[in-house]
Ligand binder design. Structure first.
Ligand code: ADP
Ligand code: MG
Length: 400
């Protein structure tokens, strides 16, 4: 890869500004899911143990340039303290005197978390002066925030113009795992795709058409494709515009890439009427709502997945948050786990696909579970991620 990583630089005694993606979901002041925080620990432990003065910056939620106390990173700093088992200081602003004083107080091996970057509108505006203020806090910049790499913000892009810049271990791991899917993947390469955001995934679908040997499709995505093929999907979640799906079907036919669609489904009368959940053949939805792929479909998909050498899984097969509609996602997750055990390279991308993998217990059996949502999709689409481009530019320039 074209950028430098933490392993290429000496960090002892250096003030290191680390951009992490600590945008964890919060509920009533508590961290509801610590996946992203846990993913940041490797880089932070490394810096601490090597005697760096670590300055962690991140955003949390969407405060839109205003101070929103409920979106303070203070609880996140406290959780980092517990996880690292050493003191983690906190400064109530990411720039200005509060930040400067806290940085000046750091000894080698100390870790400091600065307040939410997005309390300043200049962060998302990628304001050069704001980027310089962040850069002035450190001697080295480490970008470990893969989940935010598709955004050109001051802390992900601008700052790399003002400091030597390298990738952290999470960023490196993500780019290596996702890079294997775009550079010479082993075949058969199968994509399991589902979820709700059909429109957002058209780009990734079209890009993957060039590389994969087949798709198995579930979720709202499958409903849209079924409708495009003339199947009556009743009141199921689907895109109203069927043209993108028709376009994809035509492209896939041209290339001879099979798009497997459900032959049966778990339907119900309403989203919240779990007691009415029942399995029907796909031509008997009869005005109801498809909420999971059916067992026959899940078995067929599992067979395809077990024969794959490379698998990407994006978007759950059904409403995995509810017990009544988990079974499709579980069956294909187990099949991917089996394939992985037999040597396949498997990558889970997408916030909900990753959450489902954790909730249903197959995350550890995957080669890689990506922490990125939009960033992962954009990478797979072949787009340049501004945060990664900034690291590449930095490596070509003066360097660290
Ligand atoms: P990801 O985050 O993995 O990219 P999405 O955000 O596109 O996935 O979609 C995830 C959501 O899709 C989940 O909340 C899930 O309940 C929902 N979903 C999956 N299948 C269906 C379906 N058949 N009908 C309605 N919602 C669905
Ligand atoms: Mg999602």
């Amino acid at each position: 890869m074209q950028f430098k990583t933490l392993a290429d630089v000496d960090v002892r005694g250096k003030r290191v500004v680390v951009r992490e993606d600590l945008n964890v979901p919060m509920k009533a002041g508590r961290i509801a899911d610590d996946t992203r925080l846990v993913a940041a620990l490797e880089t932070l432990r490394y810096l601490r143990d090597r005697g760096a003065k670590t300055i962690v910056v991140s955003h949390l939620g969407r405060p839109d340039g205003k101070v929103v106390p409920a979106l303070s990173l203070r609880p996140v700093a406290e959780e980092l303290h517990r996880r690292l088992g050493s003191t983690v200081a906190f400064a109530p602003d990411c720039v200005g005197p509060a930040a400067a004083e806290a940085v000046a107080a750091l000894e080698n091996g100390d870790v400091l978390v600065l307040e939410n970057l997005r309390f300043h509108a200049e962060e998302e505006d990628n304001d050069p002066q704001f980027a310089q203020q962040l850069a002035a806090l450190g001697d080295l910049y480490v970008n470990d925030a893969f989940g935010t790499a598709h955004r050109a913000h001051a802390s992900t892009e601008g700052i790399a113009r003002d400091l030597p810049a390298v990738a952290g271990f999470l960023m490196q791991k993500e780019l290596e795992a996702l890079g294997r899917l775009t550079n010479d993947p082993r075949h058969p390469f199968v994509c399991a795709i589902g979820g709700a955001k059909v429109k957002d995934k058209v780009g990734v679908f079209v890009a993957l058409l060039e590389r994969v040997d087949g798709f198995v499709v579930g979720g709202g995505m499958a409903n849209t494709f079924l409708a495009a093929r003339g199947v009556d999907v009743g009141s199921s979640l689907r895109d109203s515009d069927l043209e993108p799906a028709k376009h994809i079907i035509a492209l896939a036919d041209e290339k001879g890439v099979p798009i497997h669609l459900p032959t049966d489904a778990v339907v119900s009368t309403a989203f919240d009427a779990d007691e009415n959940a029942t399995v029907v053949p796909i031509d008997a939805v009869d005005g109801r709502m498809i909420l999971d792929i059916g067992p026959e479909t899940a078995q067929a998909y599992a067979l395809v997945l077990r024969g794959a050498q490379t698998i990407v899984f994006n978007g759950p097969m059904g409403v995995y948050e509810k017990a009544a509609y988990q079974s499709g996602t579980r069956t294909i997750g187990e099949a991917i786990a089996e394939a992985t055990k037999a040597g396949a390279d498997s990558v889970v991308g997408g916030g909900d696909a990753a959450a489902a993998a954790h909730a249903l217990g197959f995350a550890d059996a995957m080669t890689h579970v990506s922490t990125g949502g939009g960033a992962t999709l954009e990478f797979l689409e072949g787009k340049t991620l501004p945060g990664v481009a900034a690291l590449e530019r930095a490596a070509l320039g003066a360097g660290a």
